[in-house]
Ligand binder design. Sequence first.
Ligand SMILES: NC(=O)c1ccc[n+]([C@@H]2O[C@H](COP(=O)([O-])OP(=O)(O)OC[C@H]3O[C@@H](n4cnc5c(N)ncnc54)[C@H](OP(=O)(O)O)[C@@H]3O)[C@@H](O)[C@H]2O)c1
Length: 291
Amino acid sequence: MKILLTGKTGQVGWELSRTLPGLGELVALGREELNLADPDQIRAQVRKIQPHLIVNAAAYTAVDQAESEAELAFQINGIAPGILAEEALKLGAGLVHYSTDYVFDGQSRTPYNEDDSTAPLGAYGRTKLAGEEAIRRAGVPHLILRTSGVYATRGQNFLLTMQRLAREGKDLRVVNDQVTAPTWCREIAEATRNILAQTGDGTARSLERVAGTYHLSSAGETNWYEFARSIFDFTGLHPKSLTPIPTSQYPTPARRPPYSILSNEKVRAVFGIELPDWKSALRRCLVKGQE
Ligand SMILES: NC(=O)c1ccc[n+]([C@@H]2O[C@H](COP(=O)([O-])OP(=O)(O)OC[C@H]3O[C@@H](n4cnc5c(N)ncnc54)[C@H](OP(=O)(O)O)[C@@H]3O)[C@@H](O)[C@H]2O)c1
């Protein structure tokens, strides 16, 4: 099987570039080789590479910046996935794509199911939802894997930001009223590989039986303040102070859902996959993340 991976430098993409080769020949591309803001380049690259499977780990992920760059974010998150899907359909290839808990407005108090109503609060969530819809419209057998709070020991994420601010001896105020499930990107990549290993050769036909949207996030729930506290407890690296605050005291350009826990019941029922709870994942990431 020949797999085309986009976003090889990203958190999830980098892990996928290490886990997917076991499944077949991997062609992993970065932005220079495949710019998702350039529809012609997307079509040309897919036609040249002729993959059996496309895994789209690239995305515009700067949630706040998306408010002022909505058009670019829409090109990358909303339009490009649909083009990848159309090209996959022509080749008979399957498509794996990642999406976000930010497609929901966070008014629920129980975990979101895949078919719950979406109502993104910000530009990033709207563009990601548009990407999901474009893939569904294209009609290619696909897996859309929605996840939440992605972190790693490389790249840009909450874990590394907290560690940097602690090292700088800062007084930290972190919101404690956004309930989420931080997810280690390695576990997303390993689960993706596991799913694909169960489906066959990655072609559109092999995905038909299980195609659809799945939630794939750490088990359990927490908030950003508690997550920060666990980071400091586990690493022994503490900021000068750490204070919980409500979101109202930390205004950001983008509004975020107050509750965005995803129910992982479907991915467990269909593929037998259950990610560990967020705390044990964090502990493992801090120990093994550099490997
Ligand atoms: N990060 C989160 O907290 C989070 C939460 C929920 C869902 N997700 C979803 O999970 C998936 C993976 O996210 P991630 O955290 O791994 O993202 P990430 O670390 O921000 O990586 C994004 C990747 O996309 C690439 N990219 C950005 N613009 C591009 C363009 N115009 N053309 C080609 N590539 C481009 C980046 O390349 P450069 O290195 O060149 O910038 C990078 O490789 C995404 O679909 C995201 O929406 C993420």
